[in-house]
Design a protein around this ligand. Sequence first.
Ligand code: LLP
Length: 420
Amino acid sequence: MDHFNYRDGALHAEDVPLSRIAEAVGTPAYVYSQSTLEAHYRAFAEAFAGQKATVCYAVKANSNQAVIRLLARMGAGADVLSEGELRRALGAGVPAAKIVFSGVGKSRHEIALALEAGVGQINIESEPELALISDVASAMGKRAAVALRVNPDVDAHTHEKITTGRKENKFGIDIDRAPAIYDRAGKMPGIEVVGVAVHIGSQLTDLTPFRDAFALVAELVGRLRAAGHDIRRLDLGGGLGVPYQDEVPPSPAEYAAVVKDVAGPLGVEVVLEPGRLITANAGILLTRVLFVKEGDSKTFVVVDAGMNDLIRPTLYDAWHRIVPVAERPRGTPERPVDVVGPVCETGDIFARDRALPVLNSGELLAVRSAGAYGAVMASTYNSRPLLPEVLVKGASFAVIRPRQTIEELMGLDVMPDWLA
Ligand code: LLP
C-alpha cells in the first residue's frame, strides 16, 4: 500500500503532483510519503499488538531525522549502528531506553557514548567486543545491558550481499559457541546479560529461514536459562521483504505469528528491527530524462540521477520499477530501453531492457521503492552533490534535506600549506 498514484494524468505523492516538487527543488530528488510511512509502521506494529514487543526501526534504511521523528512519535524505538545513527535517533527524539546499538565494529568511543546516553541494549558480535564493552562500562561505573548476536548458520535465500546468517558471513557469534561466551559474560563486571539477538538477512520473501533461525535461538534460550542466565529479551532483527516487482512477501501478521510461536512459550519480550518494510515503498527517486540516445542495437534513456544517488541496481542488480510521471493512456506501445545515469561507469544503470513507452527528453520519471537504502547510500562520486529529500504530507511538502551545494562539497577539501 502506498500513496504514489496517477491523478488527472500525472503521478502524485499523496495530493502533490511530483512535477511541482521537481519545480521547487530540482532533480534528482528523493520524495517520501508520510501517509505511506505511517501506514507501513502501523501495519507492522499492529501485527504485534498482542505481544510484548518493541519495534526498533532500523535507522540504516533511511536515517533522515524527520523520518525517524515521525516513527518515534508513533512509538518506534531505533536500531542504530554508529555514532552518527545514534545521535540522529537521539536528536529525532527516540528515548534512549528504546535504542538498540548493533554493529560488528563499534569503537571504544561509540560504546562510551552509547552507555552515556543510556541505550536500552547493546548487541555484541564478538568476544573481543564483549571484553571491551565490559571494560568501558566498568570504567564508567556502569553495567551494559547486552545481547549476544548469534549466527545460526541459516541461509536466508536472499541476495548474497545482504545475507548475514551463514557461518561464512562476518556477523554474529557462532551459535554453538554462544553458551560458553554467555558464561564468561555473566561473570564480567561491566556486563548485564539481558537477551539473545539474531538477524539473518534482508529482503526475505519466505518465512522458512526466519522460522528455522528463531527455533535455534529458542533452543539456545532454554540452554542459557538452564545455565542460570536471566534471558528476558529476544531481538529478532529485521529483514522482512517488500514487493519491488512481483514478489509476494509474507504479511506482517504472518511474520508476527511466527514470532509468537517462538517468543510466546518463552515469555520473553521481543525486539524487532524492520527497516526496508517501513520506508522502501514510501519513497521514490524523482529524476529527469536528459537525452534519449538511439544506438544500433540499444536505446539508452539517460537520466539525471546516477548510481551515486541510488546504488542498489549497481550493487545488488536490484530491480526498481520506473514509471513516467506523465501518465500514458492504457495500451500505449512500449519498447525495451536501458535507463542509465550520467556517471562515468558502465555499472551506472538503473534498468536493462526495460519495457517503457517512448520517453521525451526533459520529462520526469519516478524510480519506485527507493525510500530504503536510497539516500542513505548516496555518495558524491563524480563530484555530484548529495541530493535533496522531500517529505509529503497530504497537500503539503517540506524539504527535509536540501540539496548539497557544490560549494559545500568543494569546501570539504583543504589545501596543504605547500600547495597554497
Ligand atoms: N537489523 C540488523 C542487525 C540489520 O543488519 C539490518 C539490515 C536490519 C535490522 C534491517 O533490515 P531490513 O528490515 O531493512 O531488511 N543495503 C541493502 C540492505 C542491507 C541491510 C543491512 N542490514 C539493500 O539495499 O538491499
